[in-house]
Design a protein around this ligand. Structure first.
Ligand SMILES: [Zn+2]
Length: 199
């Protein structure tokens, strides 16, 4: 998996792009971030089931069915306090889609098993053709050097995109614009290096 931080930052910034200026936009962004990290709850029963089984890591909780269920529960809980264009059904669709991005990011990692997108109907585990993301350690140890290495690479790969989503508005200040351009250039270079490494 990418780290939970990257899942959450990307989903929250994408949500804020849609909901900006609406009631409950900030609450919705926080919720979208948390929901997009939720599929990794499967590490709680790590060891009780093997990795490749339907309920193993990157299995059922990472499926598209789970994204729909999580999005539905999120929309039911938030529909009165969070408004997005299109109403409650759009909120459901947005939260489900952002939760589904979790599996897509996991399918871009260079380790572990693929993602069971089609569970419970099909147990096939899938990776995307391009896998530039270093796989994060499955550990809660914040002192693990591997965790910080992965977070550093993810920051270069994805966080400039998150900043673009969060900051895109008509009047972007010169300082933010410069930071964003530098970040996007660093991101493009890192993508290039990581993809070249795999071939
Ligand atoms: Zn995951």
């Amino acid at each position: 998996m990418p780290t939970v931080f990257t899942h959450a930052v990307l989903a929250a910034s994408a949500f804020s792009l849609v909901a900006r200026g609406r009631r409950g936009a900030r609450l919705g962004a926080v919720a979208a971030g948390l929901l997009s990290a939720a599929p990794d709850a499967d590490v709680l029963w790590w060891g009780l089931t093997s990795y490749g089984e339907p309920w193993g890591h990157r299995g059922m909780t990472h499926s598209l069915v789970a994204a729909v269920v999580i999005g539905l529960l999120g929309a039911l809980a938030l529909r009165r306090r969070v408004h997005v264009p299109g109403g409650a059904w759009a909120l459901f669709a947005l939260l489900a889609a952002l939760t589904a991005t979790h599996g897509v990011l996991d399918a871009m990692t260079d380790g572990g098993r693929g993602v069971g997108f089609l569970l419970p109907f099909d147990e096939t585990r899938t990776f995307l053709p391009l896998r530039p993301v270093p796989v994060a350690p499955i550990s809660a140890n914040l002192l693990n050097p591997r965790l910080w290495y992965v977070l550093g690479v993810e920051t270069l790969l994805f966080w400039p995109l998150a900043a673009l989503l969060a900051w895109s508005r008509p009047a972007l200040g010169a300082r933010r614009a410069a930071l964003l351009i530098a970040g996007l250039l660093a991101s493009a270079a890192t993508w290039g290096v990581r993809i070249a490494d795999r071939f």
